[in-house]
Ligand binder design. Sequence first.
Ligand SMILES: NC(=O)c1ccc[n+]([C@@H]2O[C@H](COP(=O)([O-])OP(=O)(O)OC[C@H]3O[C@@H](n4cnc5c(N)ncnc54)[C@H](O)[C@@H]3O)[C@@H](O)[C@H]2O)c1
Ligand SMILES: O=C(O)C[C@H](O)C(=O)O
Ligand SMILES: [Mg+2]
Length: 608
Amino acid sequence: MWRRTVTRSVAVAENVRKFSIAASTFPIPSPCIVHKRGADILHDPWFNKDTGFPLTERDRLGLRGLLPPRVISFEQQYDRFMDSYRSLEKNTAGQPENVVSLAKWRILNRLHDRNETLYYKVLIDNIKDFAPIIYTPTVGLVCQNYSGLFRRPRGMYFSAKDRGEMMSIIYNWPAPEVDMIVLTDGSRILGLGDLGVQGIGIPIGKLDMYVAAAGINPQRVLPIMLDVGTNNEKLLEDPLYLGLRERRLEGEEYISIVDELMEALHTRWPKAVIQFEDFQFKWAFETLQRYRKKYCMFNDDIQGTAGVALAGLLGVVRAQGRPLLDFVNQKIVVVGAGSAGLGVLNMAYQAVSRMTGTTANPQFYLIDKNGLITKERSGVDPSAAPFAKSIDEVESIGLREGSELLEVVKKVKPHVLLGLSGVGGIFNEQVLKAMRDSNSSKPAIFAMSNPTDNAECTAVDAFKHAGENIVFGSGSPFQNVELENGTIGYVNQANNMYLFPGIGLGALLSGARIVSDGMLQAASECLASYMTEEEIQKGKFYPSIGSIRNITAEVGAAVLRTAVMEEVAEGRGEVGPKELAHMSKEETVEYITNNMWYPIYSPLVHEK
Ligand SMILES: NC(=O)c1ccc[n+]([C@@H]2O[C@H](COP(=O)([O-])OP(=O)(O)OC[C@H]3O[C@@H](n4cnc5c(N)ncnc54)[C@H](O)[C@@H]3O)[C@@H](O)[C@H]2O)c1
Ligand SMILES: O=C(O)C[C@H](O)C(=O)O
Ligand SMILES: [Mg+2]
């Protein structure tokens, strides 16, 4: 594990990575230029190696006397951390799950604050165990308890008070280069609602996944919270709340502040990729339409989720032993007509149109908090309108405008029941039992809402009530289920984490001007085709999280190649669009892999 074969190009200046496809099998760490000395280095998690500084480096950097004399190797530091983590697991056994998860988050966060290289090493090597702590579901709990957990800031915070000043504030960020930005306004954090400034945990968790899965250099990521107020009454009344205790900006005031921030970001880092995350419905689509042709940005909840869901839906068709073209005949009930649900339906609709060559009338049924959406509904949002069913069509199967979920499942007998409602337990026993009459030999249940308590149903309930022949996916992780027939009911984690790192990485390394629909479609198709027939037959539609770097490299390559093909790629560094265009598929994957950052201690070289 330690003797990884690395292809390194020497970073000649601070944080600068050179892009090269030349392979070397000797692990030569790139030197890293620092402008600090002594204690300042020990207090900087980007450069700190704790007791791992070799003696020569201690001399060079003025660290002699500031550390205990023994030099502890990276491997020993790793083992020591893992030992403490395992002891914490042992000592907290039997305590409430939330208490244990937060304790685990704290120990990881302390390491993150102290020594990023070691933090990312333990994260990458133990991604299966640690993803549920630094990402969904624990990250939701962290956001809810942010004010109490806050010790030191991470990322940048812009607020309504910074209007007119953002262009200069942006230069307060200490890193000269930024590759990936995840931006939220905290208005719809997972299924937990408006958490205001506390939502910063989400961009931090997403960017941790970027480092772990896509190998983005952690010195080049930037989590951003745009605090435009909150409408959460509890937070507004909380004297210890750390955000603006004002109601959210609305309308023109809101959009002009996002405009200003986007302009400032683009001015300082024109090549950075910007991911919008957990914006409430009314701004998610609007900001996407406003910026997607102007900047290299995407909305993860709309577009990342859609690609992951579509890959899963195509897997469902394969699991039924049907040809992919049969996707057009699948009856899909989507519960939740928000950013995520509509993103999924849009992408599924595009897939059906491509397959049939027509503007087809797919068998999609959309339900929101007022029930089945039909053309009779007044005030239906324009983005949901294309999926509103005609009243004749629904009446022909005994349904009407606003029919309830249970009734819809009973009458439609869908192949797929997909939840993106944020409502925990809405796929109750009756609804799940109704899925036994599905027209499919392998009914699919996707309870995609996060975090765990907001999932539409648990894995155990799904297999128990809907039958052991179902296939199951959930946004938050659940354990596989031991079935009464002696087999294992496999749980897929249907989470956008399988795509956003590859979308961001492919866009970044291609130097894409924008993130096009074609690039997103390529990402989804790549994920769908990653799974073997054998895996699909076992009910597995997504790879194990342990192989997330491999899948991200493949997805990144698919995105990059499409960006080149569509002529939106401008290249990066010395590798221009022509060089990218000459790479074969395999060379593109290799190029992507070679440019992934990997945590090793680089020799630090001091420069004034
Ligand atoms: N698994 C993933 O990768 C993934 C990705 C994105 C979002 N999500 C999850 O999806 C959920 C929704 O996210 P969003 O951005 O679409 O939110 P949103 O607020 O935009 O939409 C929520 C939708 O659910 C509907 N709804 C609310 N109560 C309902 C009920 N009782 N019955 C039916 N529908 C109901 C609302 O009317 C609305 O249409 C969140 O929990 C989020 O965590 C998961
Ligand atoms: O954050 C996640 O785990 C997935 C998704 O982006 C969500 O908002 O729920
Ligand atoms: Mg999200």
